[in-house]
Ligand binder design. Structure first.
Ligand code: KIV
Length: 272
């Protein structure tokens, strides 16, 4: 809580580095709108990711590929307006950074200018290192993302666990080191074996945040709609549901419908 004598201490990229050093785990969740961002920020989450998973959970697409830079900016600006403490990171969407470092810088600058967010995230290793360097030279913090990178789903063919084979695991370790050397302030590892995530976490001095990457990382991230149980048909092994909101919301709506039909809502105290 913020008071005159205790102003809110904002989470920064520096805070995350200190958390890794002290062994305090980092909590990160996705957010795509003002109200959810306000709730998560007030609850004390360290990092809010305006993920391109908005394409799935907000827009109903099967993949993250269709979401545009302007749509990400709309979501990110809404999230920033709900936040007082959390660090807000925004995904660079598919097609907004892969052409060359110039395009990547242009997209990152547009996000920073038009949303008020604190940094960007992009997917990939060696292929995006020059883009990462270019964005960082403009003073924009960059978070990397390796393992199951959903923007490459048509190359992978499935959403199953990545880097199980030694060759891919070795490449991932190499990519992680390149991203750290390029200046990334943190790294997301998605859906890889826990022991590989442990190795990466021990090798890097920047914080490593996992989703489906086991417990030996510096922090965890989940898609907020998934961890609140808003879609009962999505239950991968790595997901823990901390609430059953699908049930709660549908029960409340059924109750409302019945009250309207039976003319129990509104009553005399709920009218002017
Ligand atoms: O878009 C997203 O939600 C993400 C997380 C799954 C890390 O990238």
């Amino acid at each position: 809580m913020s008071t005159a004598s205790h102003p809110i201490k904002k989470v920064t990229t520096h805070t995350l580095r200190q958390m890794k050093a002290s062994g305090e785990k980092i909590s990160m969740l996705t957010a795509y709108d003002y109200t959810m961002a306000r709730l998560l920020d007030e609850a004390g989450v360290d990092v809010l990711l305006v993920g391109d998973s908005a394409a799935n959970v907000m827009a109903g697409y099967d993949t993250t590929l269709p979401i545009t830079l302007d749509q990400m900016i709309y979501h990110a600006a809404s999230v920033v307006r709900g936040v007082k403490r959390s660090l807000v990171i925004v995904d660079l969407p598919f097609g907004s950074y892969q052409e060359d470092p110039r395009q990547a810088l242009h997209s990152a600058v547009k996000i920073m200018k038009e949303t008020g967010a604190h940094g960007v995230k992009l997917e990939g290793g060696e292929a995006v290192v020059d883009a990462v360097r270019r964005i960082i030279t403009a003073g924009i913090p960059v978070m990397g993302h390796l393992g199951l990178t959903p923007q490459s789903i048509y190359q992978f063919g499935t959403y199953s666990v990545r880097a199980v084979e030694e060759k891919e695991a070795t490449q991932l370790l190499h990519d992680a080191q390149l991203l750290e050397q390029a200046g990334c302030f943190a790294l997301v590892l998605e859906k890889i074996p826990a022991q590989l995530a442990k190795q990466v976490t021990e090798k890097l001095s920047i914080p490593v945040i996992g989703i489906g990457a086991g417990k030996y990382v510096d922090g965890q991230v989940l898609v907020v709609h998934d961890m609140l149980g808003m879609n009962q048909s999505f239950k991968p092994r790595f997901l823990r549901q901390y609430a059953q909101l699908q049930q709660i919301i549908q029960d409340a709506v059924k109750h409302y419908i019945a009250d309207v039909k039976e003319q129990k809502f509104p009553d005399e105290t709920e009218q002017y």
